[in-house]
Design a protein around this ligand. Structure first.
Ligand code: ATP
Length: 223
């Protein structure tokens, strides 16, 4: 098992109980969808896994989160990135004043050498030929779909084994959404990368997923 959540409880600001015992598994090289209404706790689940909860005064107060069987709930996010776990946060947080190429380089800072980063960049451009034609473009001017590709490409730069992908379809046209999900399926097939995808669009997420969970009010209610 690549990732395992066992009875995970999360509390914000010491008082707001948001996850109330979440159990969830992602096997190596699989795509798992996490579905549910607004406010169910999906984003909180991803942040608990990636270690980004601390930045929002949130804490895992019970249960355990394991990567390759090792408890990670107190790990720093940068160590988790080195261990192969990367989150693509909701809302396409690019560095808008930097070029496409610079945004990708930032994603590769955990790689050992510049040569390795350059090799990865070419690989990312192979998956996203559209971005290859825009290397020197200031990324703030890219379309929503292109920015979504850029944040996924930036995550790929760290050579992850598991990508946590938060609402990739948000505000995008159906054709672009289909293109992005096709790419996720291809990355799993060709690179063996596992994905935990949070989506409102259940239909498209379940089309490519091996398994899905439905979350309601801080609990998994259906697998
Ligand atoms: P959405 O689809 O709207 O993003 P979600 O399922 O991802 O919803 P979360 O963002 O995880 O849900 O939020 C779950 C609950 O936790 C909500 O009630 C939200 O108000 C609360 N919450 C989220 N972040 C914080 C925070 N930093 N401090 C306090 N409460 C928070």
């Amino acid at each position: 098992m690549l990732l395992e959540l066992i009875n995970v409880e999360v509390i914000y600001s010491d008082v707001i109980l948001v996850l109330k015992g979440v159990n969830l598994e992602v096997e190596t090289g699989t795509i798992v969808a996490l579905l549910g209404a607004n406010g169910a706790g999906k984003t909180t689940t991803l942040k608990a896994i990636s270690g980004l909860l601390h930045a929002e005064d949130g804490r895992v107060t019970a249960g355990s989160i394991r990567l390759d069987g090792r408890a990670i709930q107190t790990e720093e996010p940068q160590n988790l990135v080195r261990a192969g776990l990367v989150q693509v946060v909701e809302g396409r947080k690019i560095l808008p004043h930097m070029t496409v190429q610079q945004n990708l380089m930032v994603g590769g800072t955990v790689l050992a050498s510049r040569a390795e980063r350059e090799r990865m960049i070419e690989k990312v451009y192979g998956y996203f030929p559209k971005l290859a034609g825009m290397r020197q473009r200031v990324s703030g001017y890219l379309s929503g779909g292109e920015q979504q590709m850029l944040v996924i490409g930036r995550a790929l730069m760290a050579q992850p084994r598991l990508i946590l992908l938060d609402e990739p379809s948000l505000g995008l046209a159906p054709l672009i959404v289909a293109e992005i999900f096709e790419l996720v399926a291809r990355l799993r097939r060709d690179e063996g990368i596992a994905f935990l995808v949070v989506e409102q669009n259940a239909k498209i997420a379940l089309r490519i997923a091996d398994r899905g969970y439905v979350m309601e009010n801080g609990r998994i209610v259906l697998t």
